[in-house]
Design a protein. Structure first.
Length: 230
């Protein structure tokens, strides 16, 4: 029974990774064309015209300004074309977490939620989901759970995508653990990072990127951690 459940969860994860590229292409060719947004909030307001339920720029304790912004994509090839922001905590956490959301992980006990999905001119997506905890102890617990979700996808059968070894990043604002992602051929293709700053935690993932992505993942993890601590 447990084995069947594990297989189903892995299948959902792999399906989400495969769907990410299609989703990115669909957004790029739809109504998000031409956004040269300075911030995720600005892009979110433009998206709101077509999808009013998807937006809100600020919330008590946590808002879109605390998430990755367009100016954080300084690496070549990371040219953002649009962003969708939400503050309900219902965005799927990462490719490895299946359909689990930050609201699920925190059992709805966060004092605030914020998430963003960025699309680029090339294949790929960047997703970030953050939560503000009522105490530092709760934040530490949620961080540990997020790390556990990521580590669950470090050991995969041959031919499957997987996360590589953890790298630690420490700044004045907090700490991050980032992991490169490898496709079925073993090539680096994006990565994921778990962030913690005081009572705030987040997971940010870059998917669908070509070889050379570790530098992008590390840079985005540092930028995301800086935003989260502001």
């Amino acid at each position: 029974m447990n084995q069947n459940k594990t297989v189903q969860q892995k299948s959902v994860r792999r399906n989400r990774v495969a769907a990410a590229a299609c989703f990115a292409a669909a957004l790029i060719t739809a109504t998000v064309v031409g956004t040269q947004s300075a911030t995720a909030a600005g892009a979110a307001h433009r998206t709101a015209a077509a999808h009013p339920a998807a937006v809100a720029a600020v919330a008590p304790g946590l808002g879109s300004a605390d998430l990755v912004q367009s100016e954080d994509f300084s690496r070549p090839g990371l040219n953002p074309v649009g962003a969708t922001v939400a503050l309900n905590g219902r965005q799927a956490l990462s490719a490895c977490s299946g359909e689990e959301t930050m609201r699920d992980l925190t059992k709805g006990k966060a004092t605030g939620y914020a998430s963003v999905t960025w699309t680029f001119t090339t294949d790929g997506l960047l997703t970030e989901s953050a939560a503000s905890a009522p105490t530092k102890a709760a934040a530490a617990t949620w961080e540990k759970q997020l790390v556990g979700l990521v580590q669950d996808c470090q050991n995969e059968p041959a031919g499957h995508w997987y996360y590589g070894a953890a790298h630690t990043l420490t700044t004045a604002g907090g700490t991050a653990r980032w992991y490169p992602a490898h496709n079925g051929d073993g090539a680096v293709s994006g990565g994921v990072a778990v962030l913690r700053s005081g009572t705030r935690v987040a997971v940010v993932e870059l998917s669908g990127r070509p070889a050379g992505a570790p530098a992008s993942v590390e840079g985005i993890a540092a930028a995301a951690l800086n935003r989260l601590s502001s």
